[in-house]
Design a protein around this ligand. Structure first.
Ligand code: OMP
Length: 240
């Protein structure tokens, strides 16, 4: 896969007009993410727009609820024809198993292939300290992320979302067929913002990420096209 196709850019903007302006400003981007802010504002209209532009779509609504409610929501969003959908691994085994079946049902009903379901292991904005002191999880952070990924894999999900700092271990344990998507990616020349467990795009790919989610270093850059090209050049230099 060409390196540019491994970068997913989030449309973290409040309106459909701003989202369309970004898509038009960055025609090189083939994979866009629609998150909570934009989806709450536009509903599925923005997904139809992206699909009409032949873009791949990552619908990142991070579902987290009881199995019956999760399944109902996933059945509905699986009728949109998106490529990737996020759920929280901490919804638990029964919910993860239920969403798998629901995604197949919804997609089949709409005549689309099943979307790939990926589980959030531990948000990239959290630190070891947050995990231990606020969330009261008495397990080391890398081990916790790995256990959440394994729970997703045992529940037949397609992959997981993890920080680049955990991706090498998850790749080694979960194998090559398990999709690993890494947000929290920061080129050396970009600021960290609220990301706490970052690595550079090149290091994240070398560590085994299938896809990188890179937002503000591109979308909030003074020149988004130049920032995109700089990241692509850095990745191309890896020669992978
Ligand atoms: O599911 C995600 O995409 C996600 C998971 C996670 O643990 N951390 C995380 O930052 N994200 C998303 O990835 C994007 C990162 O954006 P930037 O920090 O601007 O690069 C945002 O849209 C987040 O919602």
């Amino acid at each position: 896969m060409p390196v540019e196709d491994q970068i997913i850019v989030p449309l973290d903007v409040p309106t459909e007009q701003e989202a369309i302006a970004l898509v038009e400003q960055l025609p090189q981007v083939t994979f866009w993410k629609v998150g909570l802010e934009l989806f709450v504002s536009t509903g599925p209209g923005i997904i139809r727009f992206l699909k009409n532009q032949q873009k791949r779509v990552f619908l990142d609504l991070k579902f987290h609820d009881i199995p019956n409610t999760m399944a109902g929501a996933i059945r509905q969003v699986s009728t949109y024809g998106v490529d990737l959908i996020t759920v929280h691994a901490t919804a638990g085994r029964r919910a993860l198993e239920a969403v798998n079946v629901a995604a197949r049902d919804g997609a089949q009903q709409a005549g689309y292939p099943s979307p790939k379901l990926i589980a959030i292991t531990l948000l990239t904005s959290l630190t070891s300290r947050d995990l231990a002191f606020d969330l009261k999880v008495p397990v080391e952070l890398p081990e916790y992320a790995l256990q959440m990924a394994l729970l997703a894999q045992e529940s037949s999900l397609n992959g997981a979302v993890c920080s680049p700092q955990e991706v090498a271990q998850l790749r080694q344990v979960c194998g090559d067929d398990f999709l690993l998507v890494c947000p929290g990616v920061r080129p050396s020349w970009a600021q960290a913002d609220d990301q706490k467990r970052s690595m550079t795009p090149s290091d994240a790919i070398k560590a085994g990420a299938d896809y990188l989610v890179i937002g503000r270093p591109i979308t909030a850059a003074p020149e988004p096209v130049a920032a995109w090209e700089k990241i692509c050049e850095e990745l191309a230099a890896l020669g992978v």
